[in-house]
Write a protein that binds this ligand. Structure first.
Ligand code: OGA
Ligand code: NI
Length: 343
C-alpha cells in the first residue's frame, strides 16, 4: 500500500523527488488568474438561448460550467461526502481495490472497479502525479454497481443515483450541442454514448504545489465529460497560451468537450487542454463522469457538418484511438497530426 499518496503523504513534510516535474511542466505559482469569462450556462433559460450559448462556449473555450441543471444540490453534496469518506477509509479497506497493474487500468471498456495512484502506468512513469484515482464503469447500473466499493455503506446507493442523473444531464447537453451543430435528431445515440466511466480523483494536501501536478496538461479522450469539483480550487484550462483557473462553484458541473466531439464537429468545437494543480491547505476531491463511445464505433466528421467544408480528419475506430492517446499522453497537437487530412 506504500504507493497511495493519501496514505504516505500524511507523514511527510517534503515532496519526494519522483513527484517533481521538469521545469517546463511545473505550475510554479499556482495562483493563475481565475477566469471570469469562462461561460456559465443557465439551463433554466429557453432552449434557443442555451443552444446558442453552448455552441459559442464549445467553439470558443471547449468547456463551460452549467447551473440550474436539475441535479439536486443535496445529491451532489452527498456524493462528494461519500467519495471523500472513501478516501478516508483505513488503508486495509482501500487495499482491497488497489492496483498498479497498467493492464487493469487500460482495459477498455473498463470492466472493474479499481483504485490507482498517479497515471496509467505507475511503474514506468518518469514523474508521478500527486493523486489517487478510483475508477469504475457505471452504465447500465445493474451491471456494475455490485463491483463498486462496499464501504462506505452508502457508496453504491448514492453514487448510483448520482451517475444516473449525471448521465441524463450529459445526454441533455449533447442534445443541445447536436442542435447547435445542425446534426440529425438521434445523432448521439447508443454507439457514441453507451460507455460511462466514473473517475474520482483525490489530491491530498501537498507540501509543495509549485513543483508537482495532480494531473498534467491533457485533453479528455472521450465524447463529453462532466466534472464536479466541490469547493476547492485546482482545475486550470489552457487558453490562448496561458493557464486560467476555473472558479469552483460547488453545485455547478464543469463540462469538457472531449476529443471525439472535436473530430465529429470537424474541428468546429474545441477540446480544451486542462490540468489539475494541488494545494498545501486541504485535500481536493473531484468526481468526473466520462461518456464514451463503444469500442468499435467509427469516429469521423459528421456528414451534415460538412455542407460547406471538407472533412479535416480521417475516420478511426475509437478503441484504436485510445492507443494513440496513450502514446501521445493526451497532447492534442500530436493527436491532430495523426488524424488530420493533409492537403
Ligand atoms: C480528469 C481531469 C481535473 C480535476 O479527470 O480528466 O481533468 O480537476 N480532472 O480533477
Ligand atoms: Ni481531464
Amino acid at each position: 500500500m506504500a504507493n497511495l499518496v493519501s496514505t504516505w503523504s500524511k507523514i511527510t513534510q517534503t515532496l519526494p523527488e519522483n513527484y517533481i516535474f521538469p521545469v517546463h511542466q511545473r505550475p510554479g505559482s499556482t495562483h493563475v488568474p481565475l477566469c471570469k469569462n469562462i461561460p456559465i450556462i443557465d439551463l433554466s433559460k429557453s432552449q434557443t438561448q442555451t443552444v446558442q450559448q453552448i455552441g459559442h462556449a464549445c467553439q470558443e473555450f471547449g468547456f463551460f460550467q452549467v447551473i440550474n441543471h436539475g441535479v439536486s444540490e443535496a445529491l451532489i453534496d452527498d456524493t462528494m461526502k461519500v467519495v471523500q469518506d472513501f478516501f478516508n477509509l483505513p488503508d486495509d479497506e482501500k487495499e482491497k481495490l488497489f492496483s498498479i497493474d497498467p493492464t487493469n487500468r487500460r482495459q477498455f471498456p473498463t470492466k472493474s472497479c479499481k483504485l490507482f495512484t498517479s497515471g496509467s502506468d505507475y511503474a514506468n512513469e518518469d514523474v508521478h502525479y500527486w493523486r489517487d484515482n478510483l475508477r469504475h464503469p457505471c452504465h447500465p447500473l445493474d451491471e456494475w454497481a455490485h463491483s463498486w466499493p462496499e464501504k462506505p455503506a452508502e457508496y453504491r446507493d448514492i453514487v448510483g443515483k448520482y451517475s444516473l442523473e449525471v448521465r441524463a444531464l450529459s445526454l441533455r447537453l449533447l442534445e443541445l450541442i447536436r442542435e447547435g451543430l445542425g446534426l440529425k435528431p438521434g445523432y448521439f445515440g447508443e454507439e457514441l454514448t453507451r460507455g460511462q466511466l466514473m473517475s474520482i480523483n483525490h489530491y491530498p494536501r501537498c507540501p509543495d504545489p509549485t513543483l508537482t501536478l495532480g494531473l498534467r496538461k491533457h485533453v479528455d479522450p472521450n465524447l463529453i465529460t462532466l466534472l464536479s469539483q466541490g469547493s476547492v480550487y485546482g482545475l486550470q484550462v489552457f487558453k490562448d497560451g496561458q493557464w486560467l483557473g476555473v472558479e469552483p462553484m460547488p453545485h455547478a458541473f464543469v463540462v469538457n468537450i472531449g476529443f471525439q466531439l472535436q473530430i465529429i464537429s470537424n474541428g468546429k468545437l474545441k477540446s480544451a487542454e486542462h490540468r489539475a494543480v494541488t494545494n498545501s491547505r486541504e485535500d481536493r476531491t473531484t468526481i468526473v463522469s466520462f461518456i464514451n463511445p463503444c469500442p468499435d464505433t467509427v469516429i469521423e466528421p459528421a456528414k451534415s457538418t460538412l455542407d460547406t467544408s471538407i472533412p479535416l480528419f480521417k475516420p478511426f475506430i475509437y478503441k484504436d484511438f485510445l492507443k494513440t492517446y496513450e502514446q501521445n499522453k493526451g497532447d492534442i497537437e500530436a493527436m491532430m497530426e495523426v488524424y488530420k487530412i493533409k492537403p
